[in-house]
Design a protein around this ligand. Structure first.
Ligand code: SF4
Length: 250
């Protein structure tokens, strides 16, 4: 038979002792999420609560117009891209028509987007390539997409997942920074962040998660040099964070 005194002591050590200890040393004790998996599950749940519906912010009608919109969004806001694409797509919303336009005509439409010169050249060159090599269709592999002028891995990933529903996890600066502040990656580089995110969440959730994280980042991470202690997800994943967390840049 167990000694009731011993039972009471065990119960106190398991439940009351941490509270008494934390009060005694003046620290508000809060449980931290210890594993990446635990944090990833909480983050996905919270983001679903915050953004149950998450539309693609770039206006487009098919894979080609999405590709052009993503290319234009480099160093430019999605809002600005959505302001310039109607005029551009009124002139040409497919590779055949776009390839016939001069670089100057394209540049005139995208002038307010930043890097207009190189973007206009790339849009014309990639449209010619689509016509000459792919019968005017946008190819469906990373290798082929990433060979198009002005198309890097992130742009290719956006097209793959949103236009073709082929699993991809596009990592932008918001995702790279937040994944570090939420303890999901060591932030060595964007390739590492992408690989870590893919391991933590099932492929069928990548499409919405990458949009949800970007949206959360845009809404919250506006303060320059935030130390990762202010907003709900950062506070919940790391409630005892006291020192500024400096994220590595993409
Ligand atoms: S606390 Fe808020 S602003 Fe700071 S990194 Fe976290 S989400 Fe971004």
């Amino acid at each position: 038979m167990r000694d009731p005194g011993a039972d009471r002591l065990i119960h106190f050590l398991e439940t009351g002792f941490p509270v008494v200890l934390s009060v005694a040393i003046g620290i508000k004790w809060q449980s931290e999420m210890k594993t990446k998996k635990e944090r990833a599950e909480y983050i996905a749940r919270k983001l679903d609560e915050l953004y149950p519906e998450i539309p693609i912010p770039l206006d487009h009608t098919d894979a080609y117009t999405l590709l052009i919109a993503v290319l234009l969004s480099a160093q430019c806001t999605d809002k600005r891209v959505n302001l310039v694409t109607p005029a551009l797509f009124a002139l040409a919303d497919n590779p055949h028509d776009m390839a016939k336009l001069s670089v100057e005509a394209i540049k005139e439409c995208v002038a307010t987007c930043g890097l207009a010169n190189s973007k206009a050249k790339n849009i014309k060159a990639l449209s010619e390539m689509l016509v000459n090599n792919y019968g005017g269709e946008v190819p469906r592999t990373f290798e082929e997409l990433e060979q198009l002028p002005g198309v890097g891995h992130k742009t290719a990933s956006v097209v793959m997942i949103h236009a073709f529903r082929i699993p991809a996890f596009p990592v932008d600066t918001h995702i790279h920074r937040l994944a570090q502040r939420w303890g999901l990656t060591n932030g060595k580089n964007v390739e590492q962040t992408e690989a870590d995110c893919k391991k933590l969440w099932p492929a069928e959730d990548w499409e919405k998660l990458h949009l949800q994280i970007i949206t959360y980042g845009r809404e919250h991470c506006t303060a320059r040099g935030c130390d990762g202690t202010k907003c709900e997800i950062c506070r919940t994943t790391y409630p005892n964070r006291t020192k500024p967390f400096i994220a590595k840049k993409a």
